[in-house]
Design a protein around this ligand. Structure first.
Ligand SMILES: Nc1ncnc2c1ncn2[C@@H]1O[C@H](COP(=O)(O)OP(=O)(O)O)[C@@H](O)[C@H]1O
Ligand SMILES: O=C(COP(=O)(O)O)[C@@H](O)CO
Length: 594
């Protein structure tokens, strides 16, 4: 239970402000997160990490000498947006290229990949390594699908120490990849967590029971047992990890291993030590040589009660990096020679977005767009709890709050842009950017892309017609499918998007007006969304718990159906405002700044 907060929507931002104020010797705030406050030598590879907030000290708490150069800090339990990652990387980079590293979650992968592409296009060589240490989240044969949990630290620390030692980008990537291959974690949970302002926990574990393999956002575990004794828990954790030695380690006996016993939020340090006593004894009995163990909170899950054990199977090179010094707000090791402090004015400040010229007819279309976004926010507000409930069946339960955060940010940006004289293209682009930025997560990346795609088709000059709308929707669907790689039948929003765009385009081609075409398409999307209840998920967070989701619709498909249906009355009211086919006007405004 979180007791201390102001407006829950401001919690993550206010937390970052306070965190920076308390740690000025190590971190500075930049758009999207934090970077080191100390000077890094020119030409060094920059390690930029990140993920959702709610996992402190991951991710901002481990920025500093010997560890990350910057951290993109998303909203609670939602990946940071591509824009946040790009902005932090630009502030952190020192000319040696950038390694992006993060836990392997769908939203993080989408946003960090988008940022990587943008950074490479801007001439900053950038690569990524997603951490996949959680052995309960996928079998060994599908290691690339595993989630990242407390093993984040071993990968980040190895990459950072390699960068600090002057390795080039290829070599830092090699070290991070190797560290990830040699890191294995296994976790359990005794209770869920409650986000600020929420009346109900995001997820729960029945009283007296232990969820085995539960993820750090409440992703369902692989088993449930009674709560064991501390020694019995140590046996479960140690034996599960010793059962899966990484490639290159033939036996546990004689191996040198870094150990992390991680508390997930509300297990006391004293309890951790009682468990660690048995962990150490059992590892030693197996002949493992423990190197620099860490017992404490390194990746948490808000106030969740739980524990995870990580084993980092060292070789000579990795052991050097594991032992290297670090000085960050939450993690200190050895002795680090203090580097020069940066003057805050040296960090790049972002400039306000420009509002390009538009015509009066495009501004009229922009007004309809704003009204549609108002309707979208309303329908999400009404269904926020239901969307969370659906997402919690096999996912992490945050689809409602994520969509709400994104949609509200989009509508605020849209109103501001329209008030500043923007046309439809610009309103939708700025709304899409704001959505992705504030929501993060999988749906944030995909909805941001969708709004921008539709905006591109509508333009800032013409009165968009039904064909422009159908073209924009098709471009949005194509973009989402090529970016998210989901296909029809895999139980994602794509299952509702495809029938929507197919029906819309066909009706427009048959000569239907926009209201009729959209209404028919919305009905097709809603039917298809309802039919996702019979599908097994193959993508996204629900995938590892496929069978649990049978009988429940996909959250993203359902919210899409609700949204396109809610837009019907807006189009009916707009009537003639959206021309049956495009028309132009020569009346333009002046370009202005937002
Ligand atoms: N690869 C994908 N392509 C398209 N849609 C996806 C994909 N992965 C997940 N989704 C959609 O995203 C929805 C979940 O959104 P969100 O709650 O933001 O996810 P998360 O919290 O896992 O980042 C799912 O219900 C599904 O419709
Ligand atoms: O939850 C996180 C990211 O996953 P999404 O797929 O964006 O929900 C985050 O807390 C870990 O980075």
């Amino acid at each position: 239970m979180t007791r201390l907060f102001n407006d829950p929507a401001d919690f993550a931002d206010e937390m970052i402000d306070g965190f920076v104020a308390a740690n000025r010797n190590q971190v500075r705030r930049v758009t999207g997160g934090v970077v080191r406050s100390t000077r890094t030598p020119e030409g060094t590879v920059a390690l930029v990490i990140g993920g959702g907030s709610g996992h402190y000290p991951a991710f901002g708490g481990i920025v500093g000498q010997g560890l990350a150069h910057g951290a993109a800090m998303g909203n609670l339990f939602a990946s940071p947006s591509a824009h946040q990652v790009e902005s932090v990387a630009k502030a952190a980079q020192r000319g040696g290229g950038v390694l992006l590293s993060y836990g392997n979650y769908a939203g993080d992968v989408l946003h960090f990949t988008q940022a990587q592409d943008a950074l490479n296009a801007a001439g900053i060589p950038t690569r990524s390594v997603a951490v996949t240490d959680d052995i309960s989240s996928a079998p060994l044969a599908e290691q690339h699908k595993r989630r990242g949990i407390a093993g984040d630290l071993t990968v980040f620390k190895s990459a950072a120490a390699a960068a600090e030692a002057g390795y080039d980008l290829d070599e830092v990537v090699r070290v991070a990849t190797h560290a990830n291959e040699r890191t294995r974690s296994f976790g359990v949970a005794f209770s869920g967590c409650t986000l600020p302002g929420a009346t109900e926990p995001l997820f729960t574990v029945p009283e007296g029971r232990m969820a085995v393999g539960m993820g750090i956002h409440g992703e369902p575990g692989i088993d449930e047992t009674d709560v064991p004794t501390a020694d019995e828990l140590a046996t479960l954790l140690v034996s599960s990890l010793l059962a899966e030695l990484p490639e290159g380690v033939s036996e546990a006996a004689g191996a040198r291993v870094g150990v992390i016993l991680n508390g997930l939020g509300s297990v006391k340090y004293e309890e951790l030590f009682v468990v660690y006593r048995a962990v150490a004894a059992q590892l030693e009995a197996a002949g493992v040589e423990i190197v620099d163990p860490e017992v404490g909170e390194l990746v948490t899950s808000f106030d969740m009660a739980g524990v995870s054990l990580t084993l980092f199977w060292l070789d000579e090179e990795l052991e050097g990096f594991w032992a290297a010094g670090a000085d960050t707000p939450a993690y200190r090791k050895g002795v680090v020679a203090a580097a020069e402090q940066l003057d805050p004015s040296e960090l790049v400040a972002e400039t306000a977005a420009e509002i390009p010229e538009s015509t009066d007819v495009s501004r009229a279309a922009a007004a309809v767009v704003v009204e549609a976004l108002d309707a979208l926010v309303q329908v999400i507000d009404t269904n926020v709890e239901e969307l969370g409930r659906i997402d919690a069946v096999a996912g992490d339960g945050d689809h409602g709050i994520g969509m709400q955060r994104g949609a509200r940010a989009a509508v605020t940006a849209a109103h501001a842009a329209a008030d500043a004289g923007a046309g439809a293209h610009t309103v939708l682009h700025l709304a899409g950017d704001a959505w992705a930025d504030r929501a993060g997560g999988t749906s944030g990346a995909l909805w941001g892309l969708a709004l921008r795609s539709v905006g591109t088709a509508l333009g800032d000059e013409v009165a968009p017609g039904r064909t422009d709308v159908a073209t924009g929707v098709q471009a949005a669907v194509d973009g989402i499918m090529s970016f998210g790689k989901a296909e029809v039948g895999q139980k994602t929003m794509v299952d509702a998007l495809v029938p929507f765009t197919t029906t819309l385009s066909a009706a427009v081609a048959d000569g239907a007006d926009l209201v009729t075409a959209w209404t028919t398409a919305a009905a097709a999307a809603s039917t298809a969304a309802a039919e996702t209840a019979d599908l097994l998920p193959k993508m996204g967070r629900a995938r590892p718990h496929a069978e649990k989701s049978l009988g429940t619709v996909d959250a993203g498909a359902h919210s899409f159906g609700l949204i396109v249906t809610a837009i019907v009355p807006v189009l009916e009211r707009a009537g003639g405002t959206t021309a049956p086919d495009r028309s132009t006007s020569t009346t333009t405004n002046e370009g202005v700044h937002a």
